[in-house]
Design a protein around this ligand. Sequence first.
Ligand SMILES: [Zn+2]
Length: 133
Amino acid sequence: MMVGSIGRLRRNGIVFDRVPLVYCPVCRRFDVHPLVADAFDLLLDYAEADGARVVDVAELLRYDEAALRAAQPFWDDGDAEALVEGLIDQALDLLSAARALDDRLWRRELHDRLRRLLELRARIQAENRQADG
Ligand SMILES: [Zn+2]
């Protein structure tokens, strides 16, 4: 499950700031948000032709943040713990669906995802405790 966010992305040696993107918090895969993927490709072409090193995407690309959020069931607002809680709840829901369907492969995938999400939550909680103390 990909999480939506506005953040930084590196492509072809160029740093793009304030890009609408989606990422997987488990495997750390980052993609441009599908709603702006075509526009971003054009921007990438221009930036390469220009020899740009850093591009502020929010200055060059008009995007409707409400529409971007509406397209993603999860959105990263900076509260990592709340986000991972939501993802764990969702994985548990899917796991009961996989059990009901007796889908072994799916169950195994979800168990793996859940384990990694729980590890991620433990890491975030430890970091938060350190920040508090
Ligand atoms: Zn992933």
